[in-house]
Unconditional design. Sequence first.
Length: 249
Amino acid sequence: MKRKRTHQLGIAFGGGGAKGYYHLGVLKRLMEMGHIPEMVSGTSVGSIVAAYYGQGFTIEEMLQAFEHLTVKDFFGHRLSKEYLIDSQPIHKIFEETFRVHTFEELQVPVKIVTTCLETAKEVVFDSGPLADAVLASCSIPVLFPPVEIEGKHYVDGGVVRNVPVIPIRDYCKNVYAINLFPAPETDLAYNKSIRYIADRSISMLFRAGARADLQQADLVIEDKKMAKFNTFDLKYKDEMYELGYNTVF
């Protein structure tokens, strides 16, 4: 049985690493136009945006918080054996910048998508510790260690659902999806580097996995120019933010 759609507008923030600056530009423009989300969902970097928005942060405050999430924070602390990167510095940033500790304290309802390794299924968090759920949603397999929550181990939600429209579809009259992995305008030049191959492969997998959710959205917001940006490169964050702000809806 479908739930009563009590919220006028929900926004699903897709995953995409450094591309998350596009989310902030889009959100600023939407809010200036009077499109104020009453519920949000997020996967990976989208979960970070959703969590900050749910706490009542302004776009300017989110940008300031994002300044702490540098490449050094992500890649400066490596583990010796099991995983490439220690996620604790990122968790510490969440603890220092988040204004609340639990979902129950949020000003706006938030749903965070993760993937459970034991069950191989999507798990949507909307209660309990906020920082743990967000960190789990951002934990790219192999790069970051899984996050243990109540005896289960969770990794990046993008493994199963990169643009989480469906988790909020039954709660909202309208749902906008912000997709960070649009199809490119033209073929991208081949580069034999491992980084290029990894980024292109991730882009294709996430784009394919988002189709069902994007079909459920009332509006899909994306810009094909975003296809040229690397998931792990913060060099063009200002350009991505501006693209988001100037995207035609």
